[in-house]
Design a protein around this ligand. Structure first.
Ligand code: HEM
Length: 138
């Protein structure tokens, strides 16, 4: 593995961890925001959530996808088995959850069980993606 590939892979893992972590915490904050009192507290949290989304989540997501795409070319990963196919399917589902979390932040939390379900699904998908990426069982 070349020096550049090593740096790229480290950047990929760092940005992927941040993308996942942000979705996990943002969906948790949505559920916890039900305990806030009054419009001004909710507006303050919404403003923080939107700033995190715009200035951290989206930039990390872009770098994660670019470094991941470079990984595919550098290691011919699609030819190694089916782990990457499954991983990318789960990444797509995770991005779908990211969309739902964005809507929760914008238009207000969904009913409680659905908000918690989204939060738990972020964990389950994150676990599955990391399991596939690290162990490559298929
Ligand atoms: C939340 C999403 C993602 C997470 C958590 C994640 C996590 C990881 C981790 C931890 C590794 C290192 C595995 C190891 O070397 O032991 C890895 C490698 C890899 N990732 Fe991702 N990744 C994500 C998204 C993506 C995307 C979107 C792509 C493609 C566009 C991608 C393509 C790859 C490839 C090809 C490798 C193998 C690199 C190599 O063998 O050197 N990943 N990923």
């Amino acid at each position: 593995m070349s020096e550049f590939q090593k740096i790229n892979l480290t950047l990929h893992v760092t940005t992927a961890a941040l993308t996942l972590g942000i979705l996990f915490l943002q969906s948790l904050a949505v559920v916890m925001s039900r305990r806030l009192d009054g419009e001004s507290q909710i507006a303050a949290l919404r403003s923080i959530q939107e700033r995190i989304q715009a200035f951290v989540y989206y930039p990390m997501l872009v770098v994660m996808i670019i470094t991941g795409t470079f990984n595919i070319h550098a290691t011919n990963a699609f030819a190694q088995g089916k782990w990457l196919h499954w991983k990318l399917l789960f990444v797509l589902l995770l991005l779908g959850l990211g969309y739902l979390i964005g809507r929760e932040i914008k238009v207000g939390p969904y009913k409680k069980p659905f908000g918690i379900l989204i939060h738990i699904m972020v964990f389950v998908l994150g676990y599955s993606i990391l399991w596939l990426a690290v162990l490559r069982p298929y």
